[in-house]
Design a binder for this molecule. Sequence first.
Ligand code: SIN
Length: 282
Amino acid sequence: MRNSRIDVRPISGAGGAEIFGVDVAQDLDDGTVGEIRDALNEHCVVFFRDQEIDVAQHKRFARKFGEIFIHPNFATVMEDPEVVMVRREPGDLSYVGEDWHTDTTMCAEPPMGAILYGIDVPPYGGDTMFANQYLAYDALSPTMKKLLDGLRAVHSDIGIAGPQASRNKLRSTKNRDDEGWRETRNTHPIVRTNPETGRKCLFVNASYTIGIEGMTAAEGKALLDFLLEHGHRPEFTFRFRWQKGSIAFWDNRSTKHIALGDTGPFRRLMRRIQIGGAGVPA
Ligand code: SIN
């Protein structure tokens, strides 16, 4: 019987489900992990409430789903290269996740997912929104699907990290920005297939996608502008309101997300671990 160990409750028609009956701090058995993975594949993002996990427990939970992904632009600036502390202080003009994005897609093998844990959460504001990229793809016309078939987009971290990005002075969570930093650039299919579900989805995002292979800059921009806006039409989105002890575990192969900037006078502190091993998008 499915979901015999966990209680999965969808939060919207577009995706996302809260999971009850799991203490993430425990060394979970394979059956429970399998059911969480099934829920992730079905709902694209899963949420847990009222969890108390330290760094070691957070890492152990992440490793149940794959190897820990080391973020090239945070590894040398964070205390622990496997962990990104996502911190926002009142007055920050820039912060991690401020644009609609899928994580770290400039890498040849972007992370499969991320597990974000709420440590210091504002009483209101600072929600995270997600957009289901299966739905975004499904809603395209057959003609647009045909055009996109076989097209590859260029992904780069040129606007996000390194000295030229000039973001660090605006924000509390610093990226690598030393003179030795080098751009990471790769191409990925605009439409990818999630190998676990076999479903196709759009795979472009505002933070990292900078052009389309084989097109002029103007052509690529026009098509990308459309795809980026289309990808987060309201009917593809769902929204998570954080509390201390909440966890969001998202599938980067089927979603985009954005952290909302309405934290005003409040601090917001989260701990993030990314999961790798997803291979080259195809
Ligand atoms: C992220 O994009 O990884 C951070 C999301 C958030 O802080 O809500």
